[in-house]
Write a protein that binds this ligand. Structure first.
Ligand SMILES: Cc1cc2nc3c(=O)[nH]c(=O)nc-3n(C[C@H](O)[C@H](O)[C@H](O)COP(=O)(O)OP(=O)(O)OC[C@H]3O[C@@H](n4cnc5c(N)ncnc54)[C@H](O)[C@@H]3O)c2cc1C
Ligand code: FES
Length: 276
C-alpha cells in the first residue's frame, strides 16, 4: 500500500497528490511516469512524475479529472492509501547542457515540464519557459517555473493573466529572433503538434511527450504504439519523449479516441452511482 501524504486542489478539476514511495522517488528521473492503481476495482492510470524527492521519499503527480478513473481519484484525502504505484516507467528525458532551451507547457502539461526545466537549469542551460492556460484560475506552479527559468512567459487563452493567446505565438517570436538549441513541448496533442510545426522550418530539435492509451506500461500489449517516421515505437518503453517532427500526430489523435464510447458509458454509470 502507498500512502497519499498530501493533496492540493488547483481548480475544480485539477489536483496534486504527493505519495510516499521511497524506492520510486530514489530511482525517478525527469520525463518518467508511474501507473497508479487505487484499489482492486479501479483502472490503471498512467501519470507523469511531476516532482520527486529522494530524501523525503515522495513523488508528486498532478491530475486532471478526465473520466471515471481520475474522478474517483478526486475523492482521496491526505492519509488515505492506494493499492499500487508502478514505476518509474519510460525513458528519462535527455538532460545535458544544450545551450538555450525553450520549454513549453500547455495546461496540465506544465506539471511534467517542471522537473525537466529544473534539471536542465541545474545542468547549465539558459532556460526560457512558456506556460499556457485557458484562464487565470487554472494557473499553477508559477513560482516554481520562475525559480528555474532565466526568462519566463505565461499566456492565457482569454488574456485574464499574462499575455493573451496561445503558447505558439511567443514560441514563434523567440525562434524567429534568436538561436534556440532545443524546444521541449508538453501538453494536449494538438498543442504539441502546433509547437512542432512552428519549429520545423527552423530545424530546431523539438521533443514532445506523447500520451497514447497505455495498458501494461511495459512494452507488451502494443496499445501505446506511435508511428515515428518510418518506424513503430511504443511510448511506454521508447518514450514518452519523442522527436516532435517525426511523430504521426494525426494517427495518434485518432487512436486516442478509440474507446470514447465505453469511456462515456463508464462515466455515466459512475455519475449515476455517485451524483455530484
Ligand atoms: C505517459 C502518460 C502520462 C500521463 N500523465 C498524466 C498526468 O500527469 N496527469 C494527467 O492528468 N493525465 C496524464 N495522462 C493521461 C491519463 O492517464 C488519462 O487522463 C487517464 O488515464 C484517464 O482515465 P479516466 O478513467 O479518468 O478517463 P477515461 O474516461 O477512461 O478517458 C478519458 C481520456 O483519457 C485518455 N485515457 C484513458 N485511458 C487512458 C490510459 N490508460 N492511458 C492513457 N490515456 C488514457 C483517453 O484519451 C480518453 O479519451 C498521462 C497519460 C500517459 C500515457
Ligand atoms: S502500454 Fe502496452 S506496450 Fe505500451
Amino acid at each position: 500500500m502507498f500512502e497519499i501524504t498530501a493533496v492540493e486542489s488547483f481548480s475544480p478539476s485539477t489536483f496534486l497528490w504527493e505519495i510516499n514511495a521511497p524506492e520510486i522517488a530514489r530511482a525517478a528521473r525527469p520525463g518518467q511516469f508511474v501507473i497508479v492503481h487505487c484499489d482492486e476495482t479501479s483502472e490503471r492510470i498512467p501519470l507523469t512524475i511531476a516532482d520527486f524527492d529522494a530524501v523525503k521519499g515522495t513523488i508528486t503527480i498532478v491530475i486532471q479529472a478526465a473520466g471515471k478513473g481520475t474522478l474517483e481519484m478526486m475523492a482521496y484525502k491526505a492519509g488515505d492509501r492506494i493499492s499500487a504505484v508502478a514505476g518509474p516507467l519510460g525513458e528519462p528525458s535527455e538532460i545535458e547542457n544544450f545551450g538555450t532551451v525553450v520549454l513549453v507547457g500547455g495546461g496540465l502539461g506544465a506539471a511534467p515540464v517542471y522537473p525537466i526545466l529544473r534539471a536542465l537549469k541545474l545542468k547549465g542551460c539558459h532556460t526560457i519557459s512558456i506556460i499556457g492556460f485557458r484562464t487565470k484560475s487554472l494557473v499553477f506552479w508559477e513560482g516554481r517555473f520562475r525559480r528555474y527559468s532565466d526568462e519566463s512567459i505565461i499566456v492565457t487563452d482569454d488574456g485574464s493573466y499574462g499575455e493573451k493567446g496561445l503558447v505558439t505565438q511567443p514560441l514563434k517570436d523567440i525562434i524567429m529572433e534568436r538561436q534556440i538549441n532545443r524546444v521541449i513541448a508538453i501538453g494536449p496533442l494538438v498543442m504539441m503538434r502546433s509547437c512542432a510545426e512552428v519549429t520545423r522550418p527552423f530545424g530546431v530539435r523539438t521533443i514532445v511527450s506523447v500520451n497514447p492509451i497505455m495498458v501494461d506500461g511495459t512494452g507488451m500489449c502494443g496499445s501505446c504504439r506511435v508511428s515515428l517516421g518510418d518506424e513503430v515505437k511504443f511510448a511506454c518503453i521508447d518514450g514518452p519523449d519523442m522527436d516532435g517532427h517525426l511523430v504521426n500526430f494525426d494517427e495518434l489523435i485518432i487512436r486516442q479516441k478509440r474507446f470514447v464510447k465505453y469511456e462515456k458509458q463508464s462515466l455515466a454509470l459512475y455519475e449515476k452511482k455517485c451524483p455530484k
